[in-house]
Design a protein around this ligand. Structure first.
Ligand code: ADP
Ligand code: MG
Length: 784
């Protein structure tokens, strides 16, 4: 039995799904596969696992819940543990870099990628009695694959007399891809709709659609706060930088003064508040012991599993002087570009009916009520994310500035006003080259309606759309396209092939990816050496996975990085490659040096930039160029961490601390994996990674080239260009393979002054600059 506090119980009783517990459970008991669709906030994620637990589904096996977002996996496991009054050792989470799962875990929240990896080693998911695929409407690649796999696993488990339940949960969007796809489910699964009390939300469009939606959001929020009655404000912008920018601006305009000590009787409370008013410096506490602890566990694990591990793979001996041109994509996400600096406008008056609220009595304007402004985005630490659920200080109005995390994954309480910029940041890929660009695009109509819906949870609400109805009608798609149809699929292709799915082309995807994309992925995997070159005798068979391919797929990184690791089995290179790959796989390790366009900013203008130059400049360091900056940064940060000075070190060197701890975790994880899978090495994670010798640096460069050989660029020859202007314009221009337009060496590159003739780059991306776009390359290594 579960013992909940009365407070929790009261909150639960207000959730729409609670009224339907019996019907939900009956349907689940009677059907192997059920789809549950319901408004965001109706209680699906927090309550369904509890229903299942109380119905006995966790008695012998686990209840598994997948989330596409790490944020949600952590937040929801904590919430459910709290509601059920169970320790985190029983209601736990597991995400790519961390988790608190124990042998006692009964309910396990995890990212969809984690469950996919588990299927590789336990195809029937024998540890689980139920799998809930949450947020299926998000259509993340992994969730889509899981739906396809589970559509086959469920009948198999049934045949073996150990039935597995599958619950697909979604917001009220386009469930037809799951219910009406007969290749996926021959018998359409029953659809349960959770009716939520949704109060009416009045939608206000703007007459015009301003480009500077951040400034517009600020202006609108001022108006709402000054003129409209009680009720939280939720603002949607597109990215972390925009969130922070807007949060700063709003906090400055409506400062919150914590009560002084003699006013606040409770000393602890005032402590918290003091902390609160600090700017958003990341306050994650780093424990230097953590690494040591991790290493002990790693070594223990290795000892244990070495005994068990039957099919150990010896790394193929590949001649570094004779490799083919590889290809595929990188997992390292592009840095978010810094925003324009804040402008000062925003306070000018406009007529009142802009808010569309005739008849509603407003607040007295002029009386400055403090605004309790909180940021929300995925990379925010989980303690900070959790603040959206904590009580707002007396006399304040809640205002959350969020990316689309708040659209469906996290329900923020007490929201009455939504300000929607109508855009989102999407990563677009070129299907053939794998080149990606982060672009801000309009959301879909479905997303816009979800966002508006956030205002109608407690009472009638208002949604202010910072765009015109004409734009909504003409430029917004009905639904956004599933990720699987947008992304390059090499790693999935390889992963699926290693799982024994030979004909990926025939896989029952909810929405199949483009054939062109699948064929391109196969080609690149062949070039990379992960798949056999086509077998001419048995052309009906898909190319087999090579030994190299198997090794690559064991590394939890993009295949090109996997290959780099696989090639490092000589000259004691592995510790360096591990470090490099870990750093390249994590987003935003280096804080942008504040220059995003191509203007010639004096390289010394920025202190971080200068420091980075010096890191890459001396001795053999220049052999590696920009990646050496990462390598040295990680090495030095690790060392500083072992001395308990990580925060300070990150702050003075322009490194993102959260990213550094992810790099460290990934290093440990990769090291563990290598020790497991490779028979004759036992690596450690050395906090004092010595600089590579000249010979090692040369090998490292070759390894980089082996992984990135499709990302070679050649400097545009300037000598033939007569026009002086044109020569100036093309000073940093490079021709890249597969691209017509030249790309420009990013200002952050330490090789900008040298502009070597041939280079390899870690990523190419496009930036919008008004109407035109411009290609950039970064992460540069020179080839000699
Ligand atoms: P759904 O999955 O249907 O969108 P959830 O189960 O996520 O709904 O949320 C149900 C309710 O639980 C929401 O009102 C939400 O605000 C609340 N909730 C979720 N997490 C927390 C938390 N950490 N603290 C307080 N309330 C929470
Ligand atoms: Mg949910």
């Amino acid at each position: 039995p579960v013992h909940r506090t009365t407070e929790v119980q009261d909150a639960r009783l207000r959730l729409p799904i609670l009224a339907e517990e019996q019907q939900v459970m009956e349907t689940i008991n009677e059907n192997p596969i059920v789809i549950v669709a319901g408004e965001t906030g109706s209680g699906k994620t927090t309550q369904l696992p509890q229903f299942l637990y109380e119905a006995g589904y966790a008695q012998h096996k686990m209840i598994g819940v997948t989330e596409p977002r790490r944020v949600a996996a952590i937040a929801m496991s904590k919430r459910v543990a709290h509601e059920m009054n169970l320790p985190e050792s029983e209601v736990s989470y597991l995400i790519r870099f961390e988790g608190n799962v124990t042998p006692a875990t009964r309910i396990k929240f995890m990212t969809d990628g984690v469950l996919l990896k588990e299927i590789e080693t336990d195809f029937l998911l024998s540890k689980y009695s139920v799998i809930i695929l949450d947020e299926a409407h998000e259509r993340s690649v992994y969730t889509d694959i899981l739906v396809g796999l589970l559509s086959r696993i469920v009948p198999l488990r049934h045949k073996r007399g150990q039935p597995l339940k599958l619950i697909i949960m979604s917001a009220t969007l386009r469930v037809s891809d799951f219910t009406e796809n007969t290749r996926l489910f021959k018998i359409p699964p029953p659809l349960l709709k959770v009716e939520a009390r949704q109060f009416p939300v009045t939608i206000h469009f703007q007459k015009r659609t301003p480009d500077d939606y951040v400034a517009e959001a600020y202006r609108k929020t001022l108006k709402i706060h000054n003129k409209l009655p009680e009720g939280g404000i939720l603002i949607f912008v597109t990215g972390q930088q925009e969130v922070n920018q807007l949060v700063r601006k709003l906090r400055r305009t409506f400062p919150y003064q914590p009560p002084t000590k003699d006013v606040a009787k409770n000393g602890k409370e005032s402590e918290d508040k003091k902390e609160e008013t600090k700017e958003d410096a990341d306050s994650t506490v780093e424990d230097p012991k953590e690494l040591e602890f991790d290493m002990k566990r790693v070594i223990r694990n290795i000892r244990k599993s070495k005994k068990k591990f039957l099919a150990q793979i010896a790394l193929p001996k590949i001649n570094l002087d004779d490799y083919k041109l590889p290809g595929d994509d990188t997992e390292a996400d592009m840095h978010e570009q810094p925003d324009e600096d804040e402008d000062q406008e925003g306070l000018e008056e406009e007529n009142d009916d802009e808010l569309g609220l005739e008849g509603e009595s407003g607040m007295e304007s002029g009386k400055r009520q403090p605004l309790w402004v909180l940021p929300l985005y995925s990379l925010l630490s989980s303690e900070k994310q959790n603040r959206i659920f904590q009580p707002v200080p007396d006399g304040c109005r809640l205002c959350v500035v969020s990316t689309n995390v708040a659209e469906t994954s996290l329900t923020i309480p007490h929201i009455k006003y939504v300000v929607d910029c109508g855009r989102q940041k999407t990563r677009l890929y070129d299907k053939l080259t794998g080149v990606s660009a982060f672009v801000v695009t309009y959301t879909s109509k479905a997303s816009a309606d979800q966002r508006a819906g956030r205002a109608g949870r407690i009472s009638a609400g208002h949604c202010y759309r910072l765009y015109s109805s004409a734009v909504y009608n003409d430029c917004f798609e009905d639904f956004s396209q599933p990720d699987i149809q947008k992304k390059p699929v090499e790693d999935l292709m390889l992963q699926m092939r290693c799982m024994g799915i030979d004909r990926v082309v025939h896989f029952p995807f909810p929405s199949p990816p483009d054939q062109v994309q699948l064929q391109a992925a196969e080609r690149r995997l062949i070039v990379l050496g992960a798949l056999e070159a086509a077998n001419t005798e048995k052309t009906d068979l898909p190319p087999a996975v090579t030994r190299l391919g198997q090794v690559i797929s064991r590394f939890p990184v993009a295949p090109r990085f996997g290959k780099m690791l696989a090639l490092s089995h000589q000259q004691d290179l592995l510790p360096y490659t591990v470090c490099l790959v870990a750093a390249l796989s994590v987003q935003e390790v280096l804080i942008e040096t504040g220059v995003q366009r191509d203007e010639d900013v004096a390289p010394g203008a920025n202190k971080f930039h200068r420091k980075r130059q010096s890191w890459a400049a001396s001795g053999n360091y220049q052999l590696l160029g920009d990646p050496m900056v990462l390598l040295r940064a990680v090495g030095a940060a690790e060392y500083a961490g072992s001395q308990g000075r990580l925060s300070e070190f990150c702050a003075t060197n322009g490194l993102r601390q959260k990213a550094m701890s992810e790099v460290r975790k990934l290093r440990v994880q990769l090291t563990n994996e290598i020790n497991l899978n490779v028979s004759d090495v036992e690596l450690g994670v050395d906090p004092e990674l010595k600089p590579p010798t000249d010979a090692q640096a040369r090998f490292l460069r070759q390894i980089l080239l082996a992984g990135m050989g499709d990302r070679v660029a050649r400097k545009v020859p300037l000598a033939d260009i007569a026009d002086k202007e044109e020569r100036r314009r093309l000073k940093y221009a490079y021709h890249c393979a597969d691209m017509e337009e030249p790309a420009f060496l990013h200002v952050s590159s330490v090789l900008r002054q040298k502009t070597p003739e041939w280079v390899i780059y870690q990523e190419a991306y496009e930036l919008q600059n008004g109407d035109s776009t411009k290609m950039f390359i970064r992460g540069i290594t020179a080839i000699e």
